[in-house]
Design a protein around this ligand. Structure first.
Ligand code: SF4
Ligand code: SF4
Length: 375
């Protein structure tokens, strides 16, 4: 971790342990379930392989997911009760969706709950988070709602929604000394999440170091660079060649793309198994992985501040550069042999003209770029 206070003991892997299986408790907050769908589409490795324990050195995961579970009612929450009682160590908590501020309506209902207590009262999701987070090997927030608050936390929301890190505190540390691990995106790239979990499982089993995180708990190898840096439209930007309408293959900054200032690996990883992705499919970046999303990026079809300066300067500089490149390209598209035949080439042509296969009607036209028989 480059910042954020990772304790020294979390730097190194501990001794490998024979960990056959591990419980993963999936806590739903205020969400659309898009993150669950992304996870189901992941391939690196597929969730099915983790569920069956088919990935070498990774323990099989016992996933407790509210929509995928066979159990329901009390039987479903029993696993979480056992974990709170310390009978499921080690375990991982995954949060999907933003965390509502239940204090706002304390004693007057609840925003989100899962299961019921002995009195038959709903158990709020924040109560599960309070009970499970302290003993968890790690807490992973999937998607922008769970990481930073996302759409449910947009200005004017009535639940005072927030991200998991804001709820638990930036100084929260799991049993393994890790802060909340944040994998943002609306919806996130499923492989970003599953790869982070796989990395984490290796660490839990003592086979590797902890995932490297930035100061906001994001995996650095996934969120260390801007969208723009890997965008396949980058060369158009550089040459000041901008899209005038959607459907164009050119740079979309003219349409309000935020890619130059947004941390996300979508252009290189794409959506599922190397297919799809925002700019790859014709859409612009609206900054969905960022803590400022959505408020700082709306209205989505308004151009970002500074985009006028950037497009004008890019157009001028890029236009000059493009012209110079055209000239250079023309030059590189010509063999030196064609430009300066030299003595050897001239002799070769002279011999060709006199060779038995010399065609007096076609001269040397059959040779690409060669001199004609009239020379
Ligand atoms: S489309 Fe967006 S991310 Fe891609 S080159 Fe243009 S500004 Fe950068
Ligand atoms: S490229 Fe932009 S809009 Fe697309 S997933 Fe990444 S941050 Fe979100």
């Amino acid at each position: 971790m480059s910042a954020g206070g990772k304790p020294p003991e979390a730097d190194a892997a501990s001794e490998p342990t024979e960990l056959d299986a591990i419980d993963v408790f999936w806590l739903p907050g205020e969400a659309c379930d898009g993150c669950s769908i992304s996870t189901l589409g992941a391939t690196d490795p597929p969730i099915e392989d983790l569920l069956r324990g088919h990935v070498p050195h990774l323990p099989q995961i016992n996933l407790h997911h509210h929509e995928l579970a066979v159990e329901s009612g009390t039987a479903y929450v029993d696993g979480m009760r056992d974990a709170v009682a310390g009978e499921r160590d080690p375990y991982i908590v995954v949060v999907e969706g933003s965390v509502p501020n239940e204090r706002l309506i304390d004693g007057d209902g609840y925003w989100v709950s899962m299961g019921k207590d002995e009195q038959g009262d709903p158990i709020r999701t924040v109560d599960w988070l309070d009970r499970l987070a302290p003993g968890a090997a790690a807490v992973v927030a999937i998607g922008t709602c769970a990481t930073w608050g996302g759409v449910p936390a947009a200005q004017g929301n009535v639940t005072d929604a927030m991200g998991t890190m804001d709820y638990l505190g930036r100084d929260y540390r799991s049993e393994l000394g890790l802060p909340v691990i944040n994998v943002p995106g609306c919806a996130p790239v499923g492989d970003n999440f599953i790869e982070t979990v796989a990395h984490l499982l290796l660490h839990v089993g003592g086979f590797g170091p902890p995932p490297e995180l930035d100061e906001l708990g994001r995996p650095t190898w996934l969120f260390g660079e801007t969208v723009h840096r890997n965008c396949e439209r980058g060369s158009y930007y550089e040459e000041g060649d901008f899209a005038e309408e959607y459907g164009s293959e050119k740079c979309l900054v003219s349409k309000g793309c935020w890619g130059p200032t947004v941390k996300c690996n979508m252009p290189s990883r794409r959506n599922i198994e190397g297919v799809g992705g925002c700019m790859n499919m014709g859409g612009k970046c609206i900054g969905c992985t960022m803590p400022g999303f959505p408020d700082k990026f709306t209205p989505f079809f308004k151009k970002p501040p500074g985009s006028k300066v950037s497009t004008v300067s890019s157009s001028i500089l890029g236009g000059i550069m493009s012209k110079l490149r055209q000239k250079s390209m023309k030059n590189l598209d010509t063999s030196t042999r064609w430009e300066n035949p030299g003595l050897t080439e001239r002799m070769y042509q002279w011999q060709l003209k006199r060779g038995s296969n010399y065609d007096p009607d076609r001269g040397l036209e059959r040779r690409p770029g060669g001199k004609t028989g009239d020379d």
